[in-house]
Ligand binder design. Structure first.
Ligand code: PLP
Length: 367
């Protein structure tokens, strides 16, 4: 008879890919006050005031299950983007969109692909599906490797545009060429598109293999709510609906997301404020001869240096640590030669950026 032995370990029973995988490490969420938090690209502003009203009203209905398809949201977003409601999927954050796509199109011998550097959750999601992940490195100038992507044999390709963590925006024509040449499902993670000069929604009308993934965490100031969506052909959306949780978005999250989407003027003001702060922060870094990529996101990717310290991994780490000692949190990605001399800095309040520059100047004098 089979029985539970003394040395029984759950670890021995986990499927091999889970047993050997490393979990995604989210940016630090510090306890206690006094921090300037520029490490996870959250907005420094509150969401639309109509969100609070929507939550208060929804509380009375919390005993009831939510609408299983987030129907009102799909209808609103279809209007907003000029597609039909069956071409919209609503999810528990963009992360769920990515996980669902990975579940449908990767694993069981089907590989996923991504460009590198990019969102570090992608390889984790591939690993959960036991899918191989093909990575295509960017050249140092971060120009999109169109031919290499088009030639990839992956079943599902994930492109972050504007890119994270670099902030670099890719030309529509280049993305189009990569997607058109690629034979699998081509996902464009447009989490940061609201801060960019262009996006790829119109590509949906041209190519059947494109999926646009969006998040409401960053540009709507709703990271704490968990809301994101996908636009794709009705066929792709139907496949995604097969494998999601049946009630994947809570009543509160649906109400919050709809209220925020309906207050478009407020959203436009949030974006305008971030773009203004981003422009002056970029200028301030360049005045200090610090290399920084042009950014289409609510963050910048800067390569710290000082008159006595050349850019490099040790310099970036020293700057990161100095900022942290001064209670300013930014994000450092030491595991890749394309990112280890840079820091990713979210755009916060104008005064947050001034404080950061002040601490940076102290570091530059003493580094
Ligand atoms: C933040 C981020 C996400 C996650 O979005 P959520 O809606 O919070 O799940 C997805 N993709 C990229 C590139 C991100 O930076």
């Amino acid at each position: 008879m089979k029985s539970v032995k003394k040395n029984w370990r759950a670890d021995d029973l986990a499927v091999p890919q889970v047993r050997s995988m490393r979990a995604y490490v989210p940016g630090m969420q510090p306890e206690g006050g006094g921090w300037i938090k520029l490490n996870t690209n959250e907005l420094p502003y509150e969401p639309s005031p109509s969100v609070a009203t929507a939550v208060a009203e929804e509380v009375a209905r919390l005993r009831l299950y939510p609408n299983p398809t987030s129907r009102a949201l799909r209808e609103f977003l279809a209007q907003k983007h000029g597609v039909s409601p069956d071409e919209v999927f609503f999810g528990n954050g963009c992360d769920e969109i990515l996980a669902v796509l990975m579940r449908v199109f990767a694993g069981g011998g089907f590989a996923a692909g991504m460009s590198q550097p990019s969102y570090t959750l992608y390889p984790v999601l591939a690993k959960i599906q036991d899918a191989a992940m093909e990575t295509i490195p960017f050249p140092r100038n971060m120009v999109l490797p169109v031919e290499k992507i088009a030639a990839s044999k992956a079943n599902l390709f994930l492109l972050t545009s504007p890119n994270a963590p670099t902030g670099v925006e890719f030309a529509y024509a280049d993305i189009r060429r990569a997607a058109e040449g690629f034979s699998g499902v081509f996902v464009i993670d447009e989490t940061y598109a609201d801060f960019a000069s262009d996006n790829c929604v119109r590509l949906l009308k041209e190519l059947p293999n494109v999926v646009i993934a969006r998040s409401m965490s960053k540009s709507y100031g709703l990271a704490g709510a968990r809301a994101g969506y996908a636009l794709a052909s009705a066929e792709i959306i139907a496949l995604m609906d097969k494998v999601r949780d049946s009630y994947n978005v809570s009543r509160l999250d649906q109400a919050v997301a709809l209220a925020a989407l309906r207050d478009e003027p407020y959203h436009a003001r949030l974006i305008a404020k971030i773009l203004e702060t981003r422009a002056s922060f970029l200028k301030a870094l360049r005045e200090r001869n610090i290399f920084v990529h042009e950014s289409g996101g609510n963050f910048v990717f800067a390569e710290p240096s000082s008159p006595s310290q050349k850019p490099g991994a040790a310099t970036a780490r020293s700057c990161y640590e100095f900022l942290k000692e001064n209670r300013i949190l930014v994000r450092y990605f030491p595991d890749d030669a394309l990112t280890d001399s840079f820091l990713r800095i979210s755009i916060g309040l104008p005064e947050d950026m001034l404080r950061l520059l002040e601490v940076l100047d102290t570091w530059r004098k003493n580094a």
